[in-house]
Design a protein around this ligand. Structure first.
Ligand SMILES: Cc1ncc(COP(=O)(O)OP(=O)(O)O)c(N)n1
Ligand SMILES: Cc1nc(C(=O)O)sc1CCOP(=O)(O)O
Ligand SMILES: [Mg+2]
Length: 306
């Protein structure tokens, strides 16, 4: 394959996959093709094509490398074959010594909740996985809220993850910790080792291919995939991924328990579950519901119990 073929190869990829990513393509406009970091034809074609399909630069780069590795591994370039083999993304060969403790593949309905009171209420309603997402800089208030959340789930059987405040979570004996990419960047190696040594499970947020690869480097207990749909809860740095991308991520990340998050309401549960994720995380679908306990019962009826 010579450089003359690269535009044709890129067009073949776009032609084969634009229908798959079409429902959200309108929201994800073509991106500029980033500067190439290598010269292999499959890599160059995929870099152009994935940018045209709306993948941001870091994800187009990641996909282009995977497409190149796939072409070498299968001894040929096949535009129809969207990369989904972990080894093509450098995701194979986990080190069990460095992995965080496992959690169930299916975490079921996952309530992400602003206070310990909400955590207790939803745990008592039967939500099997809950997270305290308490945003504050007041260390004393954080410790109080985390301890109250740990107490609030006692006797309910709910698994409690603490968002962001990992030291308070360890000290209070929560089930696990959830961190985002920026939280991960801010953690020093010794701090990550301290979380691992604590025995708490670790969940990590991701918003595309590059972040999934980054998350894999720490071998967390689960990986969250978001934001699937637009959310008004917080300002997102990346566009909503849509169900087609979620499906592609689930195919690739089968080695992890997977949680879908972002703008998900009852109507979308069947489509999200059909992708194969084991858990759906929601905030507003519970917290903003006119009757949160009834909303929890409704959502619990839509998702298999873990
Ligand atoms: C289950 C789950 N997924 C993603 C997030 C988002 O975490 P993060 O990126 O750290 O952002 P903040 O929640 O801290 O604003 C989450 N909390 N839970
Ligand atoms: C807290 C959070 N993190 C997201 C991510 O994609 O990382 S989306 C999100 C908000 C989810 O709230 P709702 O269910 O109300 O849309
Ligand atoms: Mg965070």
């Amino acid at each position: 394959m010579t450089e003359l073929h690269i535009p044709a190869m890129a067009q073949a990829i776009v032609a084969a996959h634009s229908a798959t990513f079409a429902p959200y393509e309108q929201r994800l406009p073509p991106q500029p093709t980033p500067a190439a970091t290598r010269q292999d034809p499959a890599y160059l074609a995929a870099l152009q094509a994935c940018s045209a399909l709306g993948f941001i630069a870091i994800d187009a780069e990641c996909l282009a490398h995977a497409w190149q590795r796939q072409s070498v591994r299968t001894s040929g370039f096949d535009a129809r074959c969207w990369p989904s083999d972990p080894q093509d993304f450098g995701l194979a060969g986990a080190d069990p010594q460095l992995a965080f403790p496992p959690c169930p593949r299916a975490l079921g309905l996952y309530g992400v909740l602003p206070t310990a009171e909400w955590v207790g209420r939803m745990a008592r309603a039967g939500v099997p996985t809950v997270q305290l997402r308490f945003k504050s800089d007041d260390q004393a208030a954080i410790r109080r809220e985390v301890q109250a959340a740990v107490q609030a789930v006692q006797g309910t059987g709910a698994r409690l993850f603490i968002n962001d405040h990992w030291q308070a979570a360890i000290d209070a004996g929560a089930y696990g910790i959830h961190v985002g990419q920026e939280d991960l960047d801010a953690l020093e190696g010794a701090q990550l080792n301290a979380i691992r040594a604590s025995g708490l499970r670790l969940g990590v947020s991701t918003h595309g291919y590059a972040e999934m690869v980054r998350a894999h480097a720490v071998q967390p207990s689960y990986i969250a995939l978001g934001a699937v749909f637009p959310t008004t809860l917080k300002k997102m740095a990346t566009a909503p991924q849509g169900v087609a991308r979620l499906q592609a991520y689930v195919r690739l990340m089968q080695q992890y328990p997977l949680v879908a998050i972002g703008g998900i309401a009852a109507e979308q549960f069947p489509a999200i579950l059909a992708t194969g994720v084991g858990s759906i995380a929601v905030v507003r679908a519970l917290v903003n519901a006119p009757d949160p306990d009834a909303a929890a019962q409704h959502l619990l009826g839509l998702i298999p119990a873990p």
